[in-house]
Design a protein around this ligand. Sequence first.
Ligand code: NAP
Length: 283
Amino acid sequence: MYKLIDGKEVSAFIKNQVREEVEALKKQGKTVSLAVIIVGNNPASRVYVNNKKKACEATGIKSYEYALDENTSEQELLALIKELNENSEINGILCQLPLPKHIDEKKVIDAIAAEKDVDCFRAENVGKMWLGDYDFAACTPKGVMLLLEYYGIDVCGKNCVIIGRSNIVGKPMASLLIEKSATVTVCHSKTKNLSEFTRNAEVIIAAVGRPRFITADMVSDGAVVIDVGINRDENGKLCGDVDFESVKEKASYITPVPGGCGPMTIAVLMRNTLVAYHIANGK
Ligand code: NAP
C-alpha cells in the first residue's frame, strides 16, 4: 500500500513557517519583499507569476510586479534589474523564464545580484550549492528534499536515480542528494537501457517533461517515486512524468501531479526570499 506525498500539506507547512517569521519582522517595522519580472504574454508564465504573488500574500512577503511588454529590449530589462539590485527595499528578484527570443536569458540571470538571486540560477549560487556551503538552493530540488524530509525518508546510502539533467532540476537535484549521502545516478536522453537504472532505484526522481513516461515496469516494489514533471497529455489534462495510476501500486511513497512538487517550488521561493532578507540585514 503506497503513501501519498502531499505537496499541498508540506508547502502549507513551509509557508506557515515563513509567515510566522515575516510577521515577527513586521512587528519590528521590517518588510520582506520580492520583485517579480514578467516579459510578454506567455500564458503559462502568467499563471506561475500569479501563483508566486498569491504565495507572497499568504506569507506576508511584499511583492512588486514588473509586467513588461513583449517588445521590451534587453537593455531596458537589464536597466530595470540594475535598479532593483540597488534598491535596498527589494530583497529577492526573479525574472520569469522563458524570455522572448531577442533577450539573452543568461545575461539576464547574471545581471541579478547574487544575494537577491532567489531562484538560485546564478553560477556562483549554483557553485556554492555544489560545495555544500550555500544560502539559496534551487527551488524545485530543494522542494523535493523538504518533501522527503517531511515524510521521514532518509536518502543516506540509498540508490537514487534522477531522470533529467537540466540546470534547474536534474543537476541541482543531484547536488542536494549527494549532500545527504545518497548514491546518485543521473539519466538523460542518451542513457542506454534506462529501465535497468530505474528498476534498481530505491528513490526515483522524474524530471523529464514527458507525460506518464515512467511506467510500472520501470519501477521496483517499494520504491519512492517523486514526479517533478508538469505536462499536458493528449487530452490537455495536467499530468506528471510518472504514470501515477499504475506506478502507485508498486511505490512505497509517491507524489501526485498536481499537488506534489509544484506547490513546493513556490514555498521554497518564499523561504529563499526570507533568506535574502537576512543576507541583506547581516543575517
Ligand atoms: P528539460 O530542461 O526539458 O530537461 C528534461 C530532461 O529530460 C533532459 O535532461 C533530457 O535529456 C531528459 N529526457 C528527455 N527525454 C528523455 C528520455 N526519453 N529518456 C531519458 N531522459 C530524457 O526540463 P526541466 O526544465 O528539467 O523540466 C522537467 C519537467 O519538470 C517538465 O515537465 C517541467 O514542466 C517540470 N518542472 C516542474 C517544476 C515544478 O515546480 N514542479 C519546476 C521545473 C520543471 P537531455 O539532457 O539528454 O536532453
